[in-house]
Design a protein around this ligand. Structure first.
Ligand code: FHN
Length: 412
């Protein structure tokens, strides 16, 4: 078990930006395009030969993230296709050999730091390009016998050494890195593939290396052994998450439209309203939200993503204090509501509207003042006096210590 880092900044910040960017931005139809369409290295090479993101502007990325209320940014340094966004000494399959010709990570790190954002790297354990990696379980469609035999003869030990070497490069070339998202371990599947997990990566050795090089870094759980936080993907846990009965730090990662990489023709974007609810829901359950954008092959954020993040930012301008530094409340909220709490402040989030009243069990006599966050206008409390049940009922209160709030007709 590797020592765990201090997660205070992480559970304070609550909201981060995930960026999936690489060669797959050019086909622009999902970051798994090489797998899903069974593209050979030669067929995929065309994207390498035309990768030249002339509009790449990590300062703009960082400012967009910050304006949305995000306080850390996680960029794919290498995804499953094996393409490296930095000048790795261990491979030629890297951005400095493409027409773009320059390191992408250094400017990204500098831009995030300049905006006061924490820096995160994503690194794929899976590598469909490296000759040593047995491309087995990551090609679920490729169940043909000769494929499985071919996978069996790969030099996994050689790949493991490459993997550790690249992680060393990433954690020694760009100063302090705050967060590391490894991706991902997967179980075997009967006759199809052997699967890959902690033993294949030498996860204990890998995490020991990570903590030696970056003692304060936060590492996720996807090497196959526990890290500093767990990573529910594209779903919201039903409550605070635990491991062996103990609360664990967690972060849900979500796409805007079901694709992590830029997916030009996918119009199925989640609304800002839904994403804000996911953020609030997560905080109410002591979790974070890592929301993803897939930049285009020229380096721009998808304009649809920019608008969604801007709308979230407008909400955060007025409501940030109900998310930042907040966590769960011991009180059970009413249906379609969430509580977030920070110190003696309790924030009630109403997921349905309009309502004339909302009844808050167990809070009678415990709330000194209630206000709307957007304009600080008072919300009238209908106090409940257990000694005057008749009075309470007439005033719309409940004789069970429930606090009733009278809500404005106009939605804030
Ligand atoms: O296969 C990847 C996927 O492309 C994406 O990077 C997500 C992000 O968490 N992780 C894997 C799927 O779980």
């Amino acid at each position: 078990m590797s020592a765990r880092s201090d997660t205070t900044w992480f559970t304070h910040d609550r909201f981060g930006l995930f960026v999936h960017w690489g060669l797959y931005a050019l086909p622009a139809r999902h970051e798994w395009v090489k797998n899903r369409e069974r593209l050979t290295d030669d067929q995929y090479q065309v994207y390498f030969d035309h990768f030249d993101p002339d509009r790449y502007d990590p300062v703009e990325w960082a400012r967009t993230a910050k304006a949305a209320g995000m306080r850390y940014v996680v960029l794919t340094t290498k995804h499953h296709d094996g393409f490296c966004l930095w000048d790795s000494a261990l491979t030629d399959y890297k951005v400095t050999r493409t027409p773009y010709g320059r390191d992408l990570l250094g400017p990204f790190v500098d831009a995030c730091r300049a905006e006061g954002l924490k820096v995160g790297f994503y690194y794929s354990l899976i590598d469909w390009h490296h000759p040593g990696f047995p491309v087995d379980g990551t090609h679920p469609q490729r169940d043909d016998a000769e494929f499985v035999e071919a996978a069996a003869d790969r030099d996994m030990a050689g790949y493991r050494s490459y993997l550790h070497g690249q992680v060393r490069e990433l954690l020694t070339s760009y100063g302090t890195i705050d967060y590391l998202f490894f991706d991902f371990s997967y179980a075997g599947h009967e006759e199809y593939w052997a699967g890959k997990g902690a033993d294949d990566w030498d996860a204990p050795g890998l995490l020991a290396l990570v903590r030696e090089l970056q003692p304060d870094i936060l590492v996720n759980d996807r090497t196959g052994i526990p890290g500093d936080f767990i990573t529910p993907e594209q779903y919201q846990p039903s409550g605070p998450m635990t491991e062996n009965g103990r609360p664990v730090v967690w972060e849900a990662c979500q796409t805007l439209n079901g694709s992590w990489g830029y997916d030009r023709d996918n119009v199925d974007f989640k609304s800002a309203d839904l994403l804000i609810r996911m953020l609030v829901d997560g905080v109410s359950k002591d979790g974070n939200l890592l929301l993803n954008v897939g930049p285009t092959g020229r380096g721009d954020f998808d304009p649809r993503a920019v608008e969604t993040l801007a709308e979230i930012g407008r909400w955060m301008e007025l409501h940030e204090r109900s998310v930042r530094g907040c966590g769960p409340s011991a009180h059970e909220p009413p249906a379609d509501c969430r509580y977030t709490r920070r110190g003696d402040r309790l924030y009630l989030h109403l997921f349905t509207w309009p309502l004339r009243h909302v009844h808050l069990p167990g809070l009678a006599g415990r709330v000194r003042y209630a206000q709307l966050l957007n304009d600080a206008s008072e919300i009238v409390r209908v106090e409940v006096d257990p000694d005057q049940p008749a009075q309470n009922t007439r005033m719309g209160g409940q004789p069970d210590g429930t606090l009733t709030l009278q809500l404005p007709v106009r939605r804030p």
